[in-house]
Design a binder for this molecule. Structure first.
Ligand SMILES: Cc1ncc(C[n+]2csc(CCOP(=O)(O)OP(=O)(O)O)c2C)c(N)n1
Ligand code: SF4
Ligand SMILES: [Mg+2]
Length: 306
């Protein structure tokens, strides 16, 4: 065994001996969200989940774009990146492909995910890159102080639509099913136990798992999700127990139920991940090249060219 590998093995052994961490150890900066913002709840559930699972502290990885919700990684005392607006998915793809030992989480808003980052979300979905993407959907651009987002309902008055939104909003669940995501769920930040259940299921899924989490913007769209909040007289309709999560048509039917719709896992399928497919490609080409080192491969190529 080479020295480096021995060293690594010794370190891994040490890691198993260390004391358990608590939520307190994961708290970084004080969240700068407005009082009552739904995003607080998602953050505290993430802490709770990590505390429960005891994922090695140095393996906790949260990646985000730009937006109020995308401030998420700042507030977690672990590895994370606050990247470019709409570009969280491609960044997370790179991390996921290069570091199979990590479970990559992406957090961001409806604008980040469906507007500027819409194409990236579609491609990460269809490629089935292993990660969990939590879209904190507040139906508005919060950080930039109230513009219409792709999920704002018709008639929503904002700085970009003072007379009320005229464009048909997207249906997040329909779009995610169509794009080929292999785990798709919907939840509401006011129901923490349900959020936790969805996040745990998403994390256990081997592939691209995505959750639309309704997360109220108390500043620019207060009351947006009251209709789905039992404490505000709304109805939190769970996905019916007899729903088959592998039935794509049934998932579309759930997605087409008028607001507030259903909550739970809409769709799940097992399909090889991009991570596994590329690992195989690399292993196969290494075998074809008789495990030659990169330098030897270059030398062979140059020899062929000369
Ligand atoms: C390339 C680029 N375009 C636009 C912006 C301005 N911008 C920052 S956040 C944002 C939208 C935020 O909305 P959302 O993603 O829904 O997050 P929220 O703040 O609602 O959580 C926009 C348009 C930017 N930072 N970068
Ligand atoms: S503006 Fe809205 S989304 Fe942003 S922190 Fe405040 S309540 Fe939350
Ligand atoms: Mg938003």
């Amino acid at each position: 065994m080479i020295a480096e590998a021995k060293d690594l093995q010794a370190k891994e052994i040490k890691l198993t001996d260390r004391p358990k961490y608590t939520k307190k150890d994961l708290v970084a900066d004080h969240p700068t969200w407005c009082p009552g913002c739904g995003d607080f709840s998602v953050l505290s559930i993430y802490f709770k989940m990590m505390e429960k699972l005891q994922l090695p502290h140095e393996k906790i990885t949260s990646i985000a774009g730009i937006g109020c919700s995308s401030r998420f990684p700042y507030f977690v005392n672990a590895y994370g990146v606050h990247f470019l607006h709409g570009r969280a998915a491609p960044f997370a793809t790179g991390v996921s492909m290069m570091r199979p030992d990590l479970h990559v989480f992406v957090f961001g808003g409806d604008g980040d995910a469906f507007s500027i980052g819409g194409n990236h979300l579609n491609h990460a979905s269809r490629k089935n890159v292993k990660m969990t993407y939590v879209i904190m959907d507040n139906f508005v651009y919060g950080l930039t102080k109230k513009q219409t987002s792709p999920t704002s309902p018709l008639g929503f008055k904002s700085k970009t639509d003072p007379g009320g939104a005229v464009d048909q909003p997207i249906n997040p669940m329909k779009q995610l099913i169509a794009s080929g995501a292999t785990f798709i769920a919907r939840t509401h930040s006011h129901l923490p136990n349900h959020v936790m259940e969805m996040m745990e299921k998403a994390m256990a899924h081997d592939g691209f798992s995505v959750i639309e989490c309704l997360s109220e913007c108390t500043e620019f769209y207060p009351g947006a999700f009251d209709a789905a909040n039992p404490r505000k007289g709304g109805a939190f309709n769970l996905v019916p127990a007899d729903h088959s999560v592998t039935d794509e048509i049934a998932a579309y039917k759930l997605a087409m139920t008028p607001f507030p719709g259903y909550f739970g896992v809409f769709y799940q399928e097992q399909r090889p991940t991009k991570n596994a497919l590329e690992a195989k490609l690399i292993a196969d080409s290494k075998a074809r090249a008789e495990n030659a080192s990169p330098t030897e491969l270059l030398q062979k190529t140059f020899a062929r060219l000369s």
